[in-house]
Structures are given as C-alpha cells and as structure tokens.
Ligand binder design. Structure first.
Ligand code: NAD
Length: 389
C-alpha cells in the first residue's frame, strides 16, 4: 500500500523553496506513492502546477486540502517561521523535513503535544547509506556557494587577477572559516572566481580537502586542538582555547578582503572566531558574510538577517541563504526527501519501531512525546527510555 504524501506552499513562512520538485514528485509516483500538491506550491521556485501534474501529482487548492488528503507531509521548514504552514496538522500527520530540533527544542515539544509525529532530517546520521537523504549537506552546499556570490557582489574588488593594458590587478584574498560542507563549497566557488583563497577548520582532517580545492590551509593546531565527535562533528572549544584561536586568526582576517564564516557546533551557539578587534584591523571596504548568523554568528557584531557596517567593514548576517536560490535548493531538497520516503515507507506507513538508524536517528516526536534523547534533554525532560539518540 502506498503513502499519500502532501506538499504545501510554504511562502507563508517566508520561504521560496518547496519540498518537492517535479522530478522528485516523479520519483515518488514511480514508487507508487500518491503525491498531493497545493496549487502554486512550486511557483517561487520556478515550477507551474502543470509541471507537477505532468509528473503525476494531484493538485489541490488549499493547504487545508493537502492536510485533509495526506498523512505524510513533506516540509522545507517545520519550525520557526515555517511553523505557520503546519498550523492545521494534528495527530493524523507525520511531518518529514527540516526542523532545527537542537536549535528549537521548544517547538518540538509543541509539535509533540499536538500529537504530530516528526521525522527531522536535520538529525540524519552522517552514514554513507544516508547520503542521498542528507538535507543538511544539500542546503549547506547552496549556502556556501551563495555566500561567496553575495560577498563578490558587495566587495569593492574583483576576485580574479586581471592583467590589462596599464598593469595587473592582484586577486582578492578570501578567507573561509569552517570547512565543512558549506565552507568547502565556499572555497570552491571563490576559487572558481579566481580569488586567492585560504581555509581554516578546527578539524585537522580537513586540511587535505581544503588543499585539494587549490586553497591554503590555515594550520592553528598548535593553539586549538580541535575535538571531533564520533559522527565527525566538531566539539566546542573552552574559553582559553577560543581566545587563542581568535588571536591567531586576527592576522589572517586583517590580510583578507573577504571573510566567509561557516563554523557550527551542533546544539551549541556558533563559536566566535572574528572579534571586534580583528574587524577594526581589516581594510575599509572589506566584507564578512556570516553563514552562522542564525546560530549567533561567528563574528562579533553580526546581526542575523541584516547587513551592518562596522567601521569600514560590511558584515552580512546571512539568514536562510538556500531560500535565495530556490529552484536548485528545492531540486536537491526534494530529492533528499523523496529518497527518505522511498527508503522508510513499508506497506502504507513508516515503521517507527524499525531499528534502522535512519529512522531512529530522525524520529523526534511520537505519540505526544519527544522521544529523541538529545532533543528531550534540551527541553528539560528526562530522555524517554527506548527513545532515539
Ligand atoms: P557543521 O555545519 O556542523 O560545521 C561546519 C564546520 O565548522 C565544520 O567543518 C566544523 O568542524 C567547523 N567548526 C566548528 N567549530 C569551529 C571552530 N571553532 N573553528 C573553526 N571551525 C569550526 O559541519 P558539516 O558541514 O555539517 O559537516 C560535519 C561533519 O560531517 C564533517 O566531518 C563532514 O565531513 C561530515 N559529513 C559526512 C557526511 C557523510 O555522509 N558521511 C555527509 C556530510 C558531512
């Protein structure tokens, strides 16, 4: 028995992305699922209702009709500004998508109280088998690319070295702090534009990846040891280590025309890497794009969602960059979500009791309770025995 999967228009939550593309709809329909799409859901991403119809979807007029016909709802953002789209969901519904559960644990409690089952793909285990469903990677790829495009637009300098009749313009210097998925894409994009690029990450293992993109690795291993958990995520540094890191980065920052910051530690405020003193030492006209803005930012003075000028330096508090490239971000996200549904659906339902780490890692709420241990701990509730980790 197939699932009936619903897609709503999420523009009410201020997002231009959509949780299914015509291509991902086709994949779900080929796997014999029914796909119900709210009219205009894909408009901001560049797709007409007819494109979804041609892919085999049923088009309905309102989000209420989507909620009435589908029990499994795919969402771009199920919490924060996106929560409004799902106000009518109840205990019949399973929400699958991005929720930022470690950043918004209270929203998870609220969804649990409404009896909604939440499968948060932000918590997908970073195992090889789960890569085709990895929404964090796909959206971070878009964010890293767009951060460099934003920086190049605001910078007073050209990125590539240019030789013209009267001389040579040297390449702009771009420093990328944090070389995870977003940071590596930022490095690759800045290199493609011809900039002289350096990259830094607290995880020493990243050196090879940074260098393979043609960038210089900033090695601070003598001042910041750089812990890593079993899933490959950075663990937070203590205050003394962070102060040493900030001091050591200051000279690199001062020498850069553009700094793109992407450093995150899951479940924690993002580390402060660029201090006010480091900003004062930058050249006028320099640009910082802080992708970590939504988590507090890597830069002193970052204001999420705003561009501020500090001295002569522009600091962009980048918020939801993937939504500014809605078509390809939705194309990638839609494939991730469809791959997840095709993987977990069995006989018309998702077997929530399966011991598959892909289900157990993403299951956040069930039967009125936050069952995910890490999220439950953040809500102040005792972890539920037998829940997810
Ligand atoms: P993330 O978004 O959590 O963090 C971004 C980067 O910030 C990380 O590289 C992190 O090391 C870095 N960082 C944190 N604190 C820092 C500090 N104080 N100074 C400098 N840098 C700091 O990370 P991500 O991009 O989601 O990647 C996390 C890990 O998961 C990486 O090891 C990545 O290779 C891995 N990964 C694995 C898979 C897979 O399926 N196997 C897929 C994607 C990512």
């Amino acid at each position: 028995m197939p699932l009936t999967v619903g897609i709503a228009n999420e523009s009410r939550g201020g997002d231009r992305r959509v949780a299914a593309s015509p291509a991902s709809t086709r994949a779900l329909v080929a796997a014999e699922h029914t796909v119900v799409v709210q009219s205009t859901a894909g408009s901001a991403a560049g797709w007409h209702d007819e494109d979804y119809e041609a892919a085999g979807a049923v088009i309905v007029r309102s989000s209420d009709e989507v909620l009435g016909r589908a029990t499994t709802l795919l969402c771009v953002r199920g919490s924060g500004p996106g929560a409004a789209t799902w106000a009518g969901a109840d205990q019949r519904h399973t929400l699958v998508g991005m929720f930022d559960p470690l950043g918004e644990p209270a929203a998870m409690t609220a969804l649990a109280r409404r009896g909604i089952t939440v499968l948060a793909l932000d918590l997908l285990p970073r195992i090889t088998r789960a890569q085709p469903m990895d929404v964090l990677s796909s959206q971070a790829t878009v964010a890293g690319y767009k951060a460099v495009i934003v920086a190049a637009t605001l910078a007073p300098r050209l990125f590539p070295m240019l030789t013209y009749a009267a001389g040579t313009i040297p390449p702009a210097k771009v420093l990328v702090l944090g070389a995870g998925v977003a940071g590596l894409q930022a490095i690759a994009t800045a290199r493609r534009l011809g900039a002289n690029v350096s990259g830094y990450d607290v995880r020493a293992a990243v050196r090879e990846q940074v260098e393979s993109l043609g960038a210089r690795f900033v090695d601070l291993s003598d001042v910041a040891a750089g812990g890593e958990d079993a899933s490959g995520y950075a663990t937070g540094a203590d205050a003394a280590e962070q102060a040493r890191q900030q001091a050591a980065l200051a000279a690199e920052i001062a020498a850069s025309d553009v700094v793109v910051t992407t450093a995150l530690v899951p479940g924690q405020r993002s580390p402060l890497l660029v201090t006010a003193a480091a900003i004062r030492a930058m050249k006028p006209g320099s640009v910082i794009v802080d992708i970590a803005a939504e988590r507090g930012g890597n830069c002193e003075g970052t204001v999420a969602g705003k561009t501020v000028q500090v001295g002569g330096v522009l600091i962009v508090g980048a918020e939801n960059l993937p939504a500014s490239v809605p078509q390809d971000a939705s194309q990638m996200l839609g494939r991730n979500l469809a791959n997840f549904i095709i993987h977990v659906a069995r006989d018309g339902a998702v077997d929530l009791d399966s011991d598959d780490p892909i289900i157990q890692g993403t299951l956040v709420t069930r039967a009125g309770v936050v069952v995910h241990e890490r999220v439950a701990a953040l809500t102040g509730n005792a972890p539920v025995p037998g829940g997810s980790s």
